[in-house]
Design a protein around this ligand. Structure first.
Ligand SMILES: O=P(O)(O)OC[C@H]1O[C@](O)(CO)[C@@H](O)[C@@H]1O
Length: 578
């Protein structure tokens, strides 16, 4: 890559346009592009030359074995007739609904497809389950006609606790209805040879799609993990893949350097992050509001390690005052479609001199192209940092802590209790840095008072997702953004553990973590286990808190009591607004 990048990229007409307004950082970005050109970066990238990322021999081996995503869209194109036939078979069998069950990369693309695109005329109603929260599981159970619902257990490793638990739960429910024929309502997506393949066969699953071992979870949007659900939802997967292949060629070794959309984006993001602009603030029209979930997982879990990283900031309320200087704003929207609120904001950001990148898609099927562009960009930004984008070392720490806690539950019947810092008005507080706070108001004030320029707030909600709860969390974010001027993120647990969770523990120590928990009034038993979904969720929260402490992070857990919405209002009243 040798041609300097500036202004609008001269990509072929069928590629969504990208515009870079990088101001004083343009020179550094151009210099990095020049350096990559001298190193023959593009060709080596496509040849899976792991020395582009690291000099560590073991890490190089792992990198080489996880670059199958580069060409996997070609394999999937061959599989389209089979996918179409499978959808026809499922419809002929009388299914009307599909529930996709999995974590992180195994469900993020289906969430984006479902939230961003209309259900196709021949599609099934689709829901996604990616939480151990018993309230949400019950909602899903009540929202679908069980006998006419196809359940997808999606797990690359075939060992992740959550999807296996979801599968067991719904299989037991189906067994009550269909007896030995329960397996007809289940399919699996997993890698060849995982323990789950044997389980699925034993239980008589309708089908198991064997995925590609050389594709990691967060790079799997354009594999069976993204495309089986997309096809069942009635989307034109052939067209999604055709467009992904356009992007693949534009990012390919033989394309002209200035037209390489993935490298252009990756170099810009990498260089900006190194210069302190490490909060990738995503702006989207309402119809693309879930894109941030997918991007968080891809970018944060890939880059957030060794004290480095890029943190996506998704769905943030608008700031009433100036943003900090740690931001790069990325707008992803549609060509020719007005988006007045974001246009107005971008105008102000431009006047203030913030770096801004704008990507305009033609329609929703261009997501196929964007998935590929962002995958390349993430790998390229990681090369700028010199880190392995394909591992997630710190996710395991939280999982291990949770496993240990679950063992204690099996032995003693309950989770070990944590000593509280203080309790007031129905809320219980557990602070990592308690100081001398004598009241809840002081404690909360002290917690947010730690915020410095460049820090971020992470609200971690192990709660049932509802509009009211989300609204209250957004109010907390707005108060902190406007009073402390730091970037704010929010995620429902345990979903975010498989996404931004890596960055929280492995990235820079700039996070303030507000963990929210509540009672589980309508808990659900887990078939074959001595514990409930609620206990598992509590152990995941506690395990992650331990992992955060182990990494010296600043945390405040607030247990909201029996009524999460009510508890959030009480907490909100304590959050400083100035
Ligand atoms: O598909 P699996 O193996 O169940 O893993 C789910 C998710 O968990 C992680 O391995 C770790 O969070 C993600 O990278 C992955 O997408």
């Amino acid at each position: 890559m040798s041609t300097p990048l500036s202004g609008t990229s001269a990509a072929p007409a069928h590629i969504p346009t990208a515009t870079f307004e990088l101001g004083s950082y343009q020179a550094a970005v151009d210099a990095q592009l020049q350096a990559f050109g001298t190193q023959n970066f593009t060709e080596r990238f496509w040849q899976k030359d792991a020395t582009l990322w690291t000099q560590d021999a073991q890490a190089q081996q792992s990198i080489r074995s996880f670059m199958g995503w580069l060409r996997v869209a070609e394999d999937l194109q061959q599989a389209v007739p089979d996918l179409e036939q499978f959808v026809a078979e499922v419809k002929a069998a009388g299914f009307s609904h599909v529930v996709v069950m999995g974590m992180g990369g195994s469900t993020m693309a289906p969430i984006v497809f479902r939230e961003s695109a209309e259900q196709g005329p021949n599609g099934l109603n689709m829901l996604v389950l990616d939480t151990t929260d018993p309230g949400t599981i019950q909602e899903i159970e009540q929202a679908v006609p069980l006998a006419h619902t196809l359940f997808i257990v999606a797990s690359k490793s075939g060992t992740t606790a959550e999807p296996l638990a979801f599968g067991d739960y719904f299989y037991a429910r189906l067994k009550e209805i269909k007896g030995e024929r329960a397996g007809e309502n289940f399919i699996g997506i997993t890698d060849p040879g995982t323990p789950f393949v044997a389980t699925a066969e034993k239980l008589g699953y309708r089908r198991v799609f064997l995925n590609f071992p050389e594709v990691g979870g967060r790079f799997s949007a354009l594999t069976y993990f993204g495309l089986v659900p997309a096809a069942l939802y009635g989307l034109d997967v052939r067209e999604i893949l055709t467009r992904a292949l356009h992007m693949m060629r534009a990012c390919g070794a033989n394309g002209p350097a200035e037209n390489n959309p993935g490298e252009a984006l990756g170099v810009a993001l990498g260089v900006l992050a190194q210069a302190g602009h490490d909060k990738l603030t995503l702006l989207v029209p309402p119809s693309l509001s879930s894109l941030g979930l997918w991007m968080e997982q891809l970018v944060a879990e890939s880059t957030g390690k060794e004290g480095l990283g890029i943190l996506p900031i998704a769905d943030e309320p608008l700031a009433s005052a100036d943003y900090g200087l740690d931001r790069v704003f990325v707008y992803v929207g549609y060509k020719g479609q007005s988006d007045a609120a974001n246009e107005q904001l971008i105008k102000q950001l431009r006047e203030k001199g913030h770096p801004i990148i704008t990507i305009l898609m033609n329609d929703v099927l261009d997501l196929g192209q964007e998935f590929f562009r962002w995958e390349v960009a993430t790998a390229v930004a990681s090369a700028v940092f010199g880190i392995n984008p394909f591992d997630q070392p710190n996710v395991q720490a939280a999982k291990t802590a949770t496993d240990k806690l679950m063992k204690a539950v099996e032995e003693h019947g309950e989770l070990p209790q944590q000593p509280a810092t203080l309790a007031e008005n129905g809320l219980t507080f557990y602070a990592s840095h308690a100081g001398a706070a004598g009241s809840a108001a002081e404690l909360v004030k002290d917690f947010f008072g730690q915020a410095q320029a460049g820090d971020y707030l992470s609200v971690q909600a192990y709660l049932t997702e509802t509009p009211t709860v989300t609204g209250a969390i957004q109010q907390i974010r707005a108060a902190v953004l406007n009073s402390r001027h730091i970037a704010t993120t929010a995620g429902y647990g345990p979903r975010f553990l498989h996404s931004t969770g890596q960055y929280h523990k492995g990235g820079p120590n700039t996070g303030l973590f507000l963990q929210l928990t509540a009672d589980n009034p309508n808990d659900l038993p887990l078939p074959g286990r001595s514990y409930t979904f609620g206990t598992l969720k509590n152990a995941q929260a506690q395990g992650d808190l331990e992992a955060l402490h182990h990494n010296g992070r600043r945390t405040l857990r607030v247990h909201l009591g029996a009524d999460a919405a009510q508890g959030l209002q009480t907490l909100l009243a304590l959050v400083p607004t100035r």
